[in-house]
Design a protein around this ligand. Structure first.
Ligand code: HEC
Length: 232
C-alpha cells in the first residue's frame, strides 16, 4: 500500500499547525502594536533610539553583554525586579516595537539593563560607565563583570591634550605615562550613549489597564463570603 500521501498530509498538518501556533497567532497579537501619542509630552512612545545609541546597541550585541544581562523587567508577582529597582513597571510587548533585534537575554549574572538609563543619568552616569568599563572594581568592588579596556585607547599627546581624555576620572594606579592620555574609542562612546538612552517610558494607557489592574483578590473573597449569606 502506498502511504506516501498519508505521510505527506501528516507532515503538512504538523507544520501548518505549529506555524499557526507559533508564527501566525503571535503576528496577529503583536504586529498591530503602534506607538502611543502622549498629549502632555507631545510625543509618541516608545521613542526610537538616537543614531549613536543605535550604533551602541550593535556594540552591546558584539561584546556579548546579553550573556550576562537581560532587558526585560518582570511583572509584579513574577519576580522581585521592581523591588530591586530595575524599573517602575514590568516590560510589555509595546516597549520593543521599534527594535529589529531584541536583546531580552536569559541569564542574569548582572542586573537587568532595560531601564539602566534611569539609574545612571547625564555626565555623572557617563563617568560611572567609563570607570566601570575600565575596571568594574572601581565602582563595584568584587564584581565578576570583566573589564572592557579595549574600549579605551592610550595614546601620546600630540599638541594639546584631547578634551575627550578620561584619565582624570580614573584612580591613580591607572594613570598613563607622562605625555600620554586615555581616550574612549568611538565604540565606547556609542555603547555609553546606548546605556544612557536605554529606558522605557511611563506605561501606555492600554497596558495600564491590562497590567496594573490590581488582582481582585479581596473583592473575590468578599463576594465568596457574601454568596453563602445571599444564598441563605
Ligand atoms: C560575565 C558577565 C558579565 C558580562 C559579559 C557583562 N556584565 Fe555587566 N555586570 C555584570 C555583573 C555581575 C554586574 C554587577 C556588578 C557590577 O556593577 O559590576 C554588572 C553590572 C553592570 C552594569 C551596572 C548595572 C546596575 O544597574 O548597577 C552595567 C551598566 C553593565 N553591567 C553593563 C554591561 C555591558 C554594556 C556589558 C557588555 C559590554 C556587560 N555589562 C557585560 C556581569 C557582566
Amino acid at each position: 500500500m502506498n502511504r506516501a500521501p498519508l505521510i505527506f498530509l501528516g507532515i503538512f498538518f504538523a507544520l501548518a499547525f505549529s506555524w499557526t501556533g507559533i508564527v501566525l497567532t503571535n503576528h496577529l497579537s503583536y504586529a498591530k502594536l503602534q506607538p502611543v501619542f502622549d498629549e502632555t509630552e507631545g510625543k509618541a512612545f516608545p521613542q526610537k533610539l538616537p543614531g549613536n545609541a543605535e550604533r551602541g546597541k550593535e556594540v552591546y550585541r558584539d561584546l556579548g553583554c546579553v550573556y550576562c544581562h537581560t532587558q526585560q523587567v518582570r511583572q509584579p508577582g513574577y519576580g522581585t525586579d521592581i523591588e530591586r529597582g530595575w524599573g517602575e513597571r514590568g516590560s510589555v510587548a509595546r516597549d520593543y516595537i521599534h527594535e529589529k533585534r531584541v536583546y531580552l537575554g536569559s541569564m542574569r549574572t548582572g542586573p537587568d539593563l532595560r531601564n539602566v538609563g534611569a539609574r545612571f543619568v547625564g555626565d555623572a552616569g557617563r563617568d560611572w560607565h567609563i570607570q566601570h568599563f575600565y575596571d568594574p572594581q572601581i565602582t563595584s568592588k568584587g564584581s565578576i563583570m570583566p573589564p572592557f579596556r579595549f574600549l579605551f585607547e592610550t595614546r601620546s599627546i600630540v599638541g594639546e591634550a584631547s578634551p575627550r581624555a578620561v584619565q582624570a576620572k580614573l584612580p591613580a594606579q591607572y594613570q598613563p605615562p607622562a605625555g600620554h592620555e586615555i581616550v574612549l574609542t568611538q565604540r565606547g562612546e556609542d555603547l555609553i550613549s546606548y546605556l544612557l538612552a536605554l529606558k522605557d517610558p511611563a506605561l501606555y494607557p492600554e497596558e495600564a489597564a491590562r497590567v496594573y489592574v490590581p488582582k481582585p483578590e479581596s473583592a473575590e473573597k468578599k463576594t465568596e463570603s457574601a454568596h453563602p449569606e445571599a444564598a441563605k
